[in-house]
Design a protein around this ligand. Structure first.
Ligand code: LLP
Length: 479
């Protein structure tokens, strides 16, 4: 079929709009004999019938495998340059107790950035020593809790936190391992990176201020300085931005070594994934090899020992393992000049996937309940919210006979969709179901109308009054 001029440049009409594009779907996703998309051995219509829609579905084996393969790739490449790697799973991408356990099984550590994320990790039974605690504005109470439970590392994000963490550690009679988050001046997004001398952003401390701050950390008997931390951005494809940042960090790291030990260096997270057929992220093994080469070369150049390296990926582990399943409600062909765009509205939207509205993020979509040889049509998957920017998939092609009641699936929604979900328009946040070997189980239940009403004190008051009234009536009647 011909390219629809309303489609973006990068989107070509597919030869077959039923095909699950390589690189976008969980490893087990395929079409079963009846044409339905099946993940983890469970078909989309079965999932919809059992759990309703919208529904987040996570392929457990895929998530576990990605975690293990990433750790192995980094272990192997950094062993080659004579050091070890600590991999932290960035919980902000998606966190539930179940997923935290998958990550620990894969021998990953967990990076949290709030008291809430810390509570989930602890509830999952994650050993506190495996937890790294981030945040540009950790509350005093959060710092107190983190030091009390014994988190492995706290990442100091501003000068004021040095005293706060030191005081909390002292209160609990411990020596707290800390990293210092610095801005390397490198900011990366997908293919490009920007390198500046000063970064105008809320995270971390100014590069040039780091030596004095490390001196202040080292002066605190209740703190143990582990090393520098830097996170240059998210959804990054190449190794160049990491290379530039690692080079800058290692120059600072070398300078700090003249006054004391600096055993570790944390390079942050940010490895990108494919959301559409044109995204082509580097394989993890290439990234691991590239980063190891850079670290080795930069350390050799400065004649310093290779530190233990830490990294904090989130999206690349859980993103491709998750999909979202929706049911189509309405379909509206909108003619623009000589061309037509099919608006396909589904039963979720920006409340379960805020990324298109927040970042202009692109996604892809496939019909999930059947295959058809109808000609492909340009579609826009819209949500059901009262907002014109409520778009889940800005542009893709679906078979033109897509109809109300069809199921559609959006791949690569495992990261930053559930974790960014809201109750906009009082929609309940969907359940998260893990699929594995033909079985599906709820790992986070969906919200009900009762959940949505539960925090409204006006309703609670009325309910309370009603309860009191009926209690009094009961007493009256028993007199
Ligand atoms: N470490 C730090 C300090 C971070 O701030 C982040 C992400 C990560 C690690 C993990 O990055 P990842 O490997 O997952 O890219 N909501 C946005 C992404 C925000 C990322 C925030 N920080 C999105 O949906 O694209």
């Amino acid at each position: 079929m011909a390219h629809n001029p309303l489609a973006p440049e990068w989107l070509s009409p597919p030869a077959d709009a039923n095909v699950l594009t390589d690189g976008l779907w969980p490893a087990s996703a395929h079409r079963s004999d009846d044409g339905a998309i099946t993940i983890g051995g469970v078909s989309a219509p079965d999932l919809a019938a059992r759990f309703g829609t919208p529904l987040y579905v996570v392929d457990e084996t895929d998530a576990r495998t990605r975690a293990v393969e990433l750790r192995r790739a980094f272990d192997t490449e950094f062993a080659r340059i004579g050091t070890t790697v600590k991999v932290y799973y960035a919980a902000k991408a998606f966190l539930s107790t179940e997923v935290a356990r998958w990550m620990v099984d894969a021998e990953l550590n967990i990076d949290v950035c709030s008291g809430g994320e810390l509570a989930v990790a602890l509830a999952a039974g994650v050993a506190p020593g495996r937890i790294g605690f981030h945040g540009n504005n950790k509350s005093v109470a959060e710092i107190d809790q983190a030091t009390r439970v014994g988190v492995g590392t706290i990442i100091i994000d501003s000068p004021i936190e040095i005293d706060r963490v030191a005081a909390a550690a002292l209160r609990h009679g411990i020596v707290q391992n800390v990293r210092l988050r610095v801005n390397s001046g490198v900011h990366a997004h997908t293919h490009e990176f920007l390198a500046t001398s000063h970064e105008d952003q809320k995270f971390g401390v100014v590069f040039e201020d780091a030596p004095a701050l490390v001196t202040a950390i080292r002066a605190q008997p209740s703190l143990n300085f582990l090393g520098l931390h830097c996170h240059i951005g998210s959804q990054i494809f190449g190794v160049d931005g990491f290379a530039e940042s690692a080079s800058r960090l290692l120059s600072l790291h070398a300078e700090l070594l003249t006054d004391g030990p600096v055993p570790e260096l944390n390079l942050g997270g940010g490895f990108g994934i494919a959301y559409t057929s044109t995204d082509d992220p580097s394989p993890i093994t290439d990234l691991a090899a590239g980063l190891a080469d850079i670290v080795a070369a930069e350390c050799a150049r400065r004649s310093i020992p290779v530190p233990v390296i830490a990294i904090e990926p989130g999206r690349v582990i859980i993103g491709p393992a998750g999909v979202t399943l929706y049911e189509v409600g309405t379909i509206k062909p909108v003619r623009i000049g000589d061309n037509t765009r099919l608006y396909v509205s589904v039963d979720g939207g920006m409340s379960d996937n805020a990324r298109p509205a927040l970042y202009g993020a692109e996604f892809s979509v496939r019909l999930a309940d059947r295959v058809t040889d109808a000609d492909a049509a340009l579609v826009r998957i819209a949500g059901k919210h009262c907002e014109s920017g409520d778009i889940v998939v800005d542009a893709d092609y679906l078979p033109g006979d897509v109809a109300p009641g069809d199921l559609v699936m959006v791949p690569a929604t495992g990261a930053y969709c559930w974790s960014l979900a809201s109750n906009y328009n009082y929609l309940g946040r969907p359940a998260v179901v893990a699929v594995f070997d033909g079985e599906a189980r709820v790992i986070v239940r969906g919200e009900t109308i009762d959940d949505l009403l539960a925090r409204d004190t006006g309703i609670a008051e009325t309910a309370h009054e009603a309860t009191t009234r009926s209690d009094n009536e009961m007493k009256e009647s028993t007199r």
